[in-house]
Design a protein. Structure first.
Length: 190
């Protein structure tokens, strides 16, 4: 896929076909793209916990928070939940947080997941302590961002921000709309 269409397709998906379960191999294939990401001072301080087992997905899900602007409606319902997670952790033995690498890595892996036929949502809102306990992470590994993945079933459209309202919304058919600021409003010296 060309870069424009890959970026266009790489929306934040929050509804999935839960009958399609992402396999361990598919997750490893996605994480393999991480080696292509840049890293400040080339420290490569990020480690990944891949979750594909249904019982583990079910255990992690209640500790994740979705689409705050939509209230309860933004939370994936049963049958539409992610079937895999990639938990991006900072290895504190390599570097203390905060670090720049995490967001770049999250987007790299989201693009990779779209290229591999999936999609998902970056989650910054999750209960870190629960993730640490459930995944039995050692002290040096601190989860920073979670990628929730699956086979998306959502129709998402980008629209212009109007009156500075950046809140995404859905219509009656659950189509999701994401307002983006106009380029003329983002280039300072346009
Ligand atoms: C660092 C980061 C953290 C995010 N955390 C959450 C989250 O916890 N829950 C959620 O539903 N969406 C989360 N999102 C998704 C944003 O809401 C989404 O990117 C935004 O609405 C724009 O939609 P788009 O990704 O389709 O362009 C996060 C996005 C980023 C970049």
């Amino acid at each position: 896929m060309d870069i424009y269409n890959l970026l266009l397709k790489n929306r934040s998906y929050r509804r999935f076909d839960e009958t399609y379960r992402i396999s361990k191999k598919e997750l490893v294939d996605i994480v393999s793209y991480s080696r292509l990401a840049p890293s400040a001072a080339n420290l490569q301080p990020l480690k990944f916990y891949i979750v594909f087992e249904k019982d583990l997905c079910d255990e992690l899900f209640p500790n994740t928070f979705w689409a705050g602007y939509l209230g309860d409606l933004g939370r994936p319902t049963e049958g539409e939940r992610p079937t895999a997670y990639i938990v991006i952790c900072i290895d504190k033995d390599i570097i203390e947080s905060p670090i720049w690498d995490v967001g770049i890595m999250a987007q790299t892996l989201m693009l990779a997941s779209v290229e591999e036929g999936f999609g998902g949502c970056i989650l910054g809102s999750f209960i870190k302590e629960k993730f640490i306990n459930i995944l039995n992470l050692p002290d040096n590994l601190e989860p920073n961002l979670v990628l929730a993945l699956g086979k998306p079933i959502e129709d998402i459209q980008i629209v212009d921000v109007i009156d500075n309202n950046i809140k995404y919304y859905r219509d009656a058919s659950k189509k999701h709309y994401v307002p983006k600021r106009k380029i003329s409003d983002t280039i300072i010296n346009y």
